[in-house]
Design a protein around this ligand. Structure first.
Ligand code: ADP
Ligand code: ZN
Ligand code: ZN
Length: 820
């Protein structure tokens, strides 16, 4: 009887829609290279596909032919081993393929491989110059090594797969070489710069030219000032203009050596703020920190919900907690809503922690993003600020995770791999024995409920800094305003009056409307139809400056001069207002006022955004108007008036969170007023003045809103009293989609145990057609998390065959945010 030798297998998460990790054998002689977090190329169904090593296992599934990994793509892991179990948990919870999750987590530019950089040492140079083995000294890599002082990742990678590897490792042991890991991107490449240094232990020849002497002096000066031996060539030639040529001749004589060094592209641009540590904390800030700091000290999981009204100084609490976390030798992760980047928070962190800060968000070029990822992975940055996807940042040993504006719905990724970064932040903290702080002036109802139930520690800061009052709020009922034409005006007389007064006093105003474009939609006066998107079941919005009608969902445009699609009439009228029209009307009402607009049309790039914000800070703008972009986290001390043009835009949506969101939005906008020395005033224009969301926002009554919401959710059994999953069935064939949705719902009914979970639908989605896809949904509501997920796992098995024909796409949205 023969005994099978014990084999090592590897569990690989492939980046393909496969529900579980697969098992592979290591490639010949490369087993040592395989570690958790390394990418590999593996065979799958006749293709080569990227995968990520999750673990080493000692057995394989029986009855299957186990294939070999083709190639190892990295020498350094792309994420720390401790993150593997985090990804496993996520895959299980969101019912999404683990390999696809990891691919989504890694920065987009990072598609190629990581490699090595081999650098010669001083002793190495002396020793290797004396080498006489022709087989080695004749090789081009060897002469490159001597000439440039290093071998880059490309050549190093190929040497590593050949017999030279032994030799190089031997030389490394002798101290002749240093070998460092480096990640090399596909599209995103590390940016390098030629740097130079004086060689050591070499007596300078006597007959140096003057230019050479000056060059050496310049080099030494910069080196000692910057405390680094290798200095950029650029800087030497700047210091001494004749240096270029002299450096070359010095290199020929082995007095100077060159090498390419990675430089980091500065993603921050200019920041426009100072951050001084305040002399004294407010009593409330102190109380909050007195709870948080001891928790950090213990290095155990603890969670806080910091409910602090707008202007209460939450940022300072974050900053001091972060400083404390760093002192404990732990890293710090700060999540902010995408839109809020480039605001005060980021500037404060950079001012306090300088080059330890890395920034991750979609405004970065893929090169910048890649650089930032490397700095984090290599431990060069231990404070990370980023939007949603930064929750996956490869930080080692995070001790503090902060989620600012935790109620913000941009934490939810609503396409592809649907996750909620706030929830994952709490999870990551609990798995890293870290402290998590969720901060907001208007916490989400669900988080607040958890805090009340004791799952989070609730910290409250109810006063503004320096006891500044919250602004006075007036609600204007637009229904009651009569005009000659019969249709209500855009601006109420009272808002116009205050805008004028503010202008005269030289104070700034903010005008908010949650709708971009010129008009809401185009109505045909002859047949009563509105202009619709050809691909979606939505109206087109007029963008007048560009003369087009635009679909805000899919980007489809037609000329604004179009005729009615149903009756060919030419009399299309623009109905409703958007920010573009507000700007026009304001210019007519208040000629001479300096007006700026902040929305997705005026701010395509982050630099536009910063330019406008800076102008407001400098007092170059009298009135800033815009969409949600003006609501997030800004601190404009001179803003004393805020006008909300149409407060009820979101109230009519078929979504159980509509009331909560409206309250949050109004409160956030309201909170921009009166943050400086002068008190603020807010005007809310609405057609539903009696709605509790508006009433509670007017009176700054968070707990009033919470009480109403929690009551409603309890009655209807919505979160936090249940867990939801939305199963979406989408496809181009209308009838097929409907049939698939019905048969899936029937299946779901069969899997149900008694009353659990509740199944609502199937029903057409509120936006029944989007980007040419017909959409149906089935809402699953479970009282218990475990039974809901067990149910979903069973149902998953049925979903795959339904989707097989390629005619429908079925996705599970766990904890959905939007029901549209
Ligand atoms: P929030 O995020 O709670 O809305 P901020 O953190 O933006 O409020 O703080 C509002 C302002 O108060 C900022 O300009 C901040 O620098 C300042 N500030 C914070 N703490 C203090 C303090 N203890 N003393 C004086 N000013 C403070
Ligand atoms: Zn018509
Ligand atoms: Zn569309």
């Amino acid at each position: 009887m023969t005994v099978e030798p014990v084999k090592d297998y590897f569990e690989v998460a492939v980046s393909a829609p496969v529900n579980r990790a697969l098992t592979y054998l290591p490639p010949d002689n490369c087993e040592k290279l395989l570690r958790q977090g390394i990418r590999v190329l593996v065979p799958l169904g006749g293709r080569k596909i990227t995968g990520y090593i999750l673990d080493k296992v000692d057995s394989a599934p029986v009855g299957q032919q186990i294939k070999k990994i083709y190639e190892v793509l990295d020498s350094e892991p792309l994420f720390p081993a401790e993150q593997v179990s985090f990804y496993r948990w996520i895959a299980n919870y969101y019912h999404y393929p683990i390999g696809e999750i990891i691919r989504a987590a890694l920065p987009a530019g990072l598609t190629k491989k990581s490699g090595r950089r081999i650098i010669i040492t001083e002793t190495g140079r002396k020793q290797l110059l004396e080498l006489s083995d022709k087989a080695i000294t004749g090789a081009s890599w060897f002469s490159d090594l001597l000439k440039k002082g290093e071998i880059g990742p490309h050549t190093a990678g190929s040497l590593w797969r050949m017999k030279e590897r032994r030799l190089l490792e031997l030389w490394q042991e002798k101290g002749w070489l240093t070998i460092s890991g480096e990640i090399v991107g596909g599209t995103a490449k590390a940016k390098t710069e030629t740097c130079c240094a004086l060689t050591e232990n070499i007596a300078y020849p006597e007959n140096l030219k003057v230019s050479e002497q000056k060059t050496i002096a310049a080099l030494q000066k910069i080196a000692s000032a910057t405390d680094s031996r290798f200095v950029p060539r650029r800087e030497v030639t700047r210091e001494y203009p004749g240096a270029g040529k002299a450096l070359k001749s010095l290199a020929r004589r082995n007095i100077v050596i060159f090498r390419e060094q990675q430089v980091y592209r500065d993603p921050f641009g200019e920041s426009f703020l100072q951050s001084d540590i305040p002399e004294t904390l407010t009593a409330e800030q102190k109380r909050a920190l007195d709870s948080i700091l001891p928790a950090l000290q213990k290095a155990r999981f603890a969670s806080f919900l910091l409910h602090g009204v707008t202007g209460s100084g939450k940022t300072e609490v974050y900053l001091q907690a972060a400083a404390h976390g760093l002192e404990q030798g732990r890293s710090v992760l700060v999540l902010v809503p995408e839109i809020a980047l480039a605001t005060q928070l980021e500037a404060h962190f950079m001012a306090r922690f300088g080059s330890r800060v890395a920034l991750l968000h979609s405004g970065l070029s893929s090169g910048q993003r890649f650089d930032q990822w490397c700095r984090i992975a290599q431990g060069m940055a231990d404070v990370v600020i980023g939007a949603r996807s930064a929750v996956f940042a490869p930080l080692k040993n995070p001790g503090l995770i902060i989620v600012d504006e935790e109620h913000d719905s941009s934490y939810k990724q609503d396409e592809g791999f649907r996750y909620n970064a706030r929830d994952l932040a709490v999870l990551r903290a609990s798995r890293s024995a870290a402290v998590v702080i969720l901060g907001s002036a208007t916490p989400s109802v669900v988080s607040y409920y958890h805090a009340k139930e004791g799952k989070y520690n609730l910290l409250y800061m109810g006063k503004r800094i320096e006891e500044r009052p919250l602004p006075d709020v007036e609600v204007v009922d637009m229904q009651s305003i009569k005009t000659v034409s019969g249709s209500p005006p855009v601006f109420s007389p009272v808002l116009i009056k205050y805008l004028r007064e503010n202008l005269q006093r030289g104070e700034q105003s903010l005008i908010f409307l949650n709708r971009r474009g010129y008009a809401n939609f185009m109505l045909c006066r002859d047949c009563g139809q509105t202009a619709q998107c050809r691909h979606c079941q939505v109206s087109l919005t007029l963008h007048r400056s560009e003369n087009k009608l635009l679909c805000h969902y899919c980007g489809y445009t037609v000329s604004s001069k179009s005729v009615c699609a149903s009756c060919q009439s030419m009399s299309l009228t623009a109905i409703g207002v958007g920010t573009e029209r507000l700007e026009h009307e304001l210019q007519e009402l208040l000629p001479g006022a300096r007006i700026a607009r902040l929305d997705r049309d005026t701010c395509r790039k982050r630099t536009d955004y910063i330019r406008i914000l800076r102008a407001v800070h400098k007092g170059e703008i009298d009135i800033l108007l815009g969409t949600q972009m003006i609501t997030k986290g800004h601190h404009f001390p001179n803003v004393t008036l805020v006008g909300i043009v149409l407060a009820d835009t979101g109230l009519g949506l078929p979504d159980f969170r509509a009331g909560e969101r409206t309250f949050q939005l109004i409160s956030q906008v309201t909170g921009r007023a009166g943050r400086g020395e002068r008190p603020g005033r807010v005007i809310i224009q609405t057609f539903q003045p009696g709605h509790y969301s508006i009433e509670m926002a007017r009176s700054h009554n968070y707990s009033g809103m919470y009480a109403r919401e929690i009551e409603m959710r309890k009655t209807l059994s919505y979160p936090p009293f249940s867990r939801l999953a939305n199963i979406k069935v989408e496809g181009k064939d209308k009838a097929y989609v409907q049939e698939a949705a019905i048969s899936l719902a029937n299946m779901a009914q069969k899997f149900r145990k008694g009353q659990e979970p509740e199944i609502l639908g199937p029903a057409p989605a509120p936006l029944m057609r989007l980007r040419d896809y017909y959409r149906w949904q089935i809402l699953i509501k479970g009282k218990k998390l475990e039974t809901l997920h067990a149910f979903l796992h069973r149902l998953e098995g049925e979903i795959a065959p339904l989707g097989k024909a390629g005619k429908v796409r079925i996705t599970i949205d766990v904890d959905p945010e939007y029901m549209m």
